[in-house]
Structure formats: structure tokens, C-alpha cells
Design a protein around this ligand. Sequence first.
Ligand SMILES: N[C@@H](CCC[C@H](N)C(=O)O)C(=O)O
Length: 259
Amino acid sequence: MTMDFYKYQGTGNDFIIVDNRRNKINKNNTKRIAEICDRRFGIGADGFILLENDDFSDFKMVYFNSDGNESSMCGNGGRCITAFAHFLGLIEDESTFMAIDGIHKSKIIDGLVYLQMQDVDKIEEHATHMFLDTGSPHHIKMVENLKDLNIKDEGAEIRYGQPYGKEGTNVNFVKQMSSKVFAVRTYERGVENETLSCGTGVTAVALAMHKSGKAKSSTIHLNTPGGDLKVTFESTQDGYRNIWLIGPAEQIFKGEIEW
Ligand SMILES: N[C@@H](CCC[C@H](N)C(=O)O)C(=O)O
């Protein structure tokens, strides 16, 4: 069976997206998803995303890492699937969609995709790092030598180390550039390498920088190797609310895959 696929990128985090509203894709075919995401033997992507029907919202997003396993929330993927739903004519400029961590709102304004993230109540502050979950787990480490770091090696050491164990975590290395600008490089679990940008990762960095007092503003700019993102939020006594991840998302290729 052949299926149309579309390739999208959001600040260099790239995804193969398939319209699975007719339920043709076998979601347990980990091997085939990993083959399709392989950059030498397949199409190549950081992740594979299915757009499906949902009873309570405009559509459902099912996200797989490039290793073929279904995983937790993908922020850049959420922005890309919003652009895809708009391309399909499923939504106009605003939507609500279901993802693994619950309902998200999204909107397209002046070519940028805005994605509302889940509220965050808890941020762990440790001597060497911070940790929080923005739909996916994120370890955050401040560094000075961001450009020279070997993200694959240093990220893997943390991802597979204690206390994360088998489940693992994503790892963000951060350098403060000004009171509201931070440069971020991310090691993603499930890709097991650096990606050019991570949406849940930069969201975690923005909130952590505010929580630790490194940033006072509720609008934070994040520079990633794949481009610039913005995160806005409200800080309340109970935690962070009304969190939005904002940036570009574009269709870069389409074709057919054998499934
Ligand atoms: N690239 C994503 C994060 C994808 C999930 C992550 N690799 C995990 O398994 O935790 C993003 O933009 O948020």
C-alpha cells in the first residue's frame, strides 16, 4: 500500500507527517517507522507524526521519535501538524487538537504558528541543573562553552545516567545571552542525538530561566541551531499558565511511501 507523506520542519526539527484519518497505518510497526526516519536508508526525519480523527477536537496528533517508538509531547511537531491541518483545509487559523498530554490550542498568525502548552506546576532546582516536564521531560544545564560542546556525548551521559534510568530524559544545554535571550542546544531521547531545535525543550528552558531568576520577563527568546523561537507565559503562585510556544513551521517536501 502507498500513502502520501508530507515533510515539515519547525526551526530545523523535521517530521514526516501522514494523514491517517482513514486508519491505514499500523502504529505498532516500529521497524518501518524507524526505517522511514533513517537519514541514509529512508526519507530522514527527527520524528514521524500521524494526523488522526478525534471526537472532541479538530484532530489528533500521534507522535513517534525517529527510533520508531511512540513518545511524549513534541512541541515543534505540534506546530508543524497545525500547519499541516491548515494545508489540508481541516482548520482555519485556529484549532484545538488532542495530543498525548491532552488538548492543545494552536493558531496561525502572520505565518507563525502559536502552540499552547500544558500548564507547568513543578520545576526542580538542583545544584548542577534543573528538571521539568513540559509534555516531555527536560534536564537543563547552564554552560559557557555552548558552541564547542559535543552534545551527542555529553547529552547521552546525562540521558542514560541517574536518576533518569531506562525512561531517560531530553537534555538542554543553555547559555544566557541577555536578560531575555538564551541560546539552547538539545539532545533528544528517541533520536539519541542533537536535533536542531526542540519545542518542549525551549519551553522548559524559558520557564526554568524565569523560575531561577535569570530572566524576569514573561516573554523569552530562544536561539537554537535551527532558528529562533519565542515562549510567553504567565507566572502565578500555583505555577506557570497560558504558556505559548511561537515560531515558524513549513512544508518542505511531499511524496509517497510504501507502507
Ligand atoms: N522535538 C520535540 C520533542 C520530541 C519528544 C522527545 N524526543 C521525547 O521523546 O521526549 C519537541 O519539539 O518538543
